[in-house]
Each structure stands twice: as structure tokens, then as C-alpha cells.
Design a protein around this ligand. Structure first.
Ligand code: NIG
Ligand code: FE
Length: 397
């Protein structure tokens, strides 16, 4: 048993509040689980004691929506958008996701891994201990598998990785009929699942991507294998994707700028998490805000994530997302931090992390700072001192 004592601990225990313990301590067992959390003065004895020297302690960050594995980059599209082209215009002209598909197909597994490792390390340097990575830039069986294998290998860096199959992301050039492609997407899934490469299944439900009817076929294939689903829903228009996803008891619906009242209700009833992605909202200069007040009033848990990808959200800063979630979406700093911890975990179906309470994994961050609200108030500054993953200190920035 190891005792970490003398820190300002934001436990995020319960459904609301920071759960602050001013001079707090955490007891971690040999399996990397929290055994006890409370005031240092009341701490039980331990074999080893670490002095936190007043550091601010929060749960490790959970980035529950990323497209971290890909080839190439799309800075050219940044320039095109500055000249007035929209994300949808660029996609329709064969750029966007399709251009990353070409670059990813042309990249070796080693190249994809090298790029993804660098990006994962950047996220870890800001406190990420659990990371979701989607496929969706292969759009053929081999490249989708290669992406998922690369994502799985990132786990050796010292963070937990969950993989999501997103072959229903865009139409590959070799298919002309979307229904035929969706049938292929469903046919590839059992093999990838049997290879242990898939934790969840996602799709892009949008007028530039797949219809609700097509998404439901992908979700049926997931359900047949007992896999949970998630959805890129109502990002550019209201397609009724959230209601569809809720019918499949989706773990999460993500983006949601155009989510309407029926979608909010359906998500609340299904217990589906709303994953808000301020990086994409900002980079695409969206003006339609996600319905945060309605989500809050309906009791839908709100997560936030980087949505790291080379097009719509090329950020590697979860801390910046905390700030943007508050400034752009009007989340409170506490809601934003819950969004990157306990609710992010829930968006991945994980109940064993995200709060510093006994029984949870000992994944936590040590920050230079006095109050957790500072993490959201600052931007362009990284106060991480160290990251503790499964009870082991991993160093920091
Ligand atoms: O979450 N909206 C669709 N998918 C990604 C963007 C992927 C890309 O543009 O490469 C997203 O924003
Ligand atoms: Fe995404």
C-alpha cells in the first residue's frame, strides 16, 4: 500500500461539487486501485508515503473522442476555410475525411504508429490517462484493421486505450452506392471484433455522410456482437441521429450542435452521454451552440473531448477544451472537468474511473495550482506536474 498525502484533492465524488479536501491523502493498493481517500490527518498507515507538497490532485483526464491515428495533415483546408469554404463544401469536393483516407491508406503501420505515439504523448503531457481512438480513415478492411491495431499499441505508453470502429465515416472512392458500402462495413465488423480490436461502434450520421437508416444497419451489426454504440450526431444538421442512437441505448452522442428537444429527451431516457466538442465548434467557426441548458435540465451527463483529428479539430490540448467548453458553451468549470473525467469515462461505458473515491482506479493528475477552477480559467499554459497511472507515477511536463 502506498499513501500519497499533503495534496489539495478534488475528488469529484457524487453527482455535483468539486469534492475538495484541502489537505488530502489517497491510499493506493498493489493493484493500482484507490483504497481510501480523505484528510491526511486521518490517513491509515501505509508501507510507503509520498509527500504531494501541496499539489492540486484531480482524477486523470479521459479523452473520450479522438481520431488520433492517421496519415498526412489538412492545414491546406484551414486556409480554404479562411477563404470562405465550409467543412461541407470541402468534403463534397473530395477533400476533408477523404483526403485523410488517401494519406492513411498510403501510410505503413510503423508510420501511423510513430505519428499517433507523438500525439498520444502530447495528450498525456496534459494529464490524459484514458484515451479513445476511432478508426474511420481506412474505409477498407485492411486499413481499418491497421488503424485499430496501431491504436491498441498506444496502450504501451502508459495510458488506457479504448478503440472504436468508425468505418461508417465517409464513402470510400471505390464504392458508388452508400447502401452497398454500409453492407461491407457490417461484414468487416465480426472479423475485427474477433481479433479483439473493437470496444465500440460509431458512425457519422449527416447529410454529407450516412442516413439514420444506414446507421441503424451498422448498429444492428454491433448489437449482434454485443458491442456498444456511439454516434457523431447533429453536428451540421438535425438528422434525428440522437433519437436513433438512444433507441440502441448508445453510450454517447457526440457534437450535437443541432440537437433538438426530442433528441434531448431520448438521450435522457436512454442514459446516453452528450459529448461536446468545442475544438471542432471553434475550428469550423460554428455559430449554432449545442443545447447545453436543455441537456443540463434534462439531466443528460455532459462530457467534453478534444475530437483530435487533422481536419475539424487539430488540437492536442484537453486543457484548452476545458477553457473552450466554459467560454464557448457556458459550462461551469466544474461541469467541464467532470466532462473530461467522470462523464468522459461514462461515454466509454467505464464506471471504474473519473472520481477519486475508494474502489476506483488510481489514475490521477498532480497540478501546480490552488483550485481546480484554475485548470479551466487558464489557457495556453500547462500546469501538470505529474501523472499517476494505475498508482504509478509517470512524470509530467
Ligand atoms: O468528429 N464529423 C466527423 N468526423 C470528425 C472529423 C473528421 C475529419 O474531418 O477528418 C469529427 O469532427
Ligand atoms: Fe469525431
Amino acid at each position: 500500500m502506498k499513501l500519497w498525502r499533503g495534496g489539495r484533492v478534488a475528488t469529484l465524488a457524487g453527482d455535483a461539487g468539486w469534492g475538495l479536501i484541502d489537505d488530502g491523502a489517497l491510499l493506493v493498493d498493489d493493484h493500482g486501485l484507490l483504497r481510501w481517500v480523505g484528510p491526511s490527518a486521518e490517513a491509515p498507515p501505509a508501507d510507503e508515503v509520498v509527500d504531494l507538497q501541496g499539489a492540486l490532485v484531480t482524477p486523470g483526464l479521459v479523452d473520450c473522442h479522438t481520431h488520433l491515428v492517421y496519415g498526412g495533415n489538412r492545414a491546406n483546408e484551414f486556409e480554404q476555410r479562411l477563404h470562405g469554404a465550409s467543412y461541407a463544401d470541402i468534403a463534397k469536393a473530395g477533400g476533408g475525411i477523404k483526403s485523410t483516407v488517401a494519406a492513411t491508406r498510403g501510410a505503413s503501420e510503423a508510420d501511423l504508429l510513430a505519428g499517433a505515439r507523438t500525439r498520444a504523448r502530447a495528450l498525456m503531457a496534459e494529464g490524459v490517462t484514458t484515451l479513445e481512438v476511432k478508426s474511420g480513415y481506412g474505409l477498407d478492411a485492411d486499413t481499418e484493421a491497421r488503424m485499430l491495431r496501431v491504436a491498441r499499441q498506444l496502450g504501451s505508453l502508459g495510458l488506457d486505450v479504448k478503440t472504436t470502429y468508425l468505418a461508417a465515416h465517409a464513402m470510400p472512392p471505390e464504392f458508388s452506392d452508400a447502401d452497398t458500402y454500409v453492407a461491407a462495413v457490417c461484414a468487416w465488423l465480426p472479423g475485427l471484433h474477433a481479433a479483439g480490436l473493437v470496444d465500440a461502434v460509431d458512425a457519422f450520421c449527416e447529410h454529407i455522410a450516412f442516413s439514420p437508416a444506414q446507421v441503424s444497419r451498422v448498429f444492428d451489426a454491433a448489437r449482434a456482437l454485443g458491442l456498444p454504440v456511439k454516434l457523431h450526431a447533429e453536428q451540421l444538421s438535425d438528422q434525428g441521429g440522437a433519437e436513433l442512437a438512444a433507441r440502441y441505448r448508445a453510450l454517447s452522442c457526440d457534437h450535437l450542435e443541432f440537437l433538438g428537444p426530442d433528441g434531448v429527451r431520448a438521450m435522457a431516457q436512454a442514459g446516453t452521454v452528450a459529448v461536446l466538442l468545442p475544438g471542432a465548434f471553434y475550428a469550423l467557426r460554428e455559430t449554432q451552440l449545442p443545447p447545453v441548458t436543455a441537456l443540463r435540465e434534462a439531466g443528460v451527463p455532459i462530457a467534453i473531448a478534444t475530437d483530435h483529428n487533422p481536419g475539424s479539430s487539430p488540437t492536442l490540448s484537453p486543457l484548452l477544451m476545458l477553457n473552450m467548453a466554459c467560454v464557448l458553451f457556458r459550462l461551469t468549470p466544474e461541469e467541464a472537468l467532470r466532462g473530461l473525467t467522470v462523464h468522459g469515462a461514462r461515454a466509454l461505458g467505464l464506471r471504474d474511473r473519473g472520481q477519486l473515491v475508494p474502489g476506483q482506479r488510481a489514475d490521477f493528475c498532480l497540478w501546480d495550482g490552488g483550485h481546480p477552477r484554475e485548470l479551466a480559467a487558464c489557457f495556453g499554459h500547462n500546469p501538470l506536474k505529474a501523472r499517476v497511472f494505475k498508482g504509478r507515477i509517470q512524470g509530467g511536463a
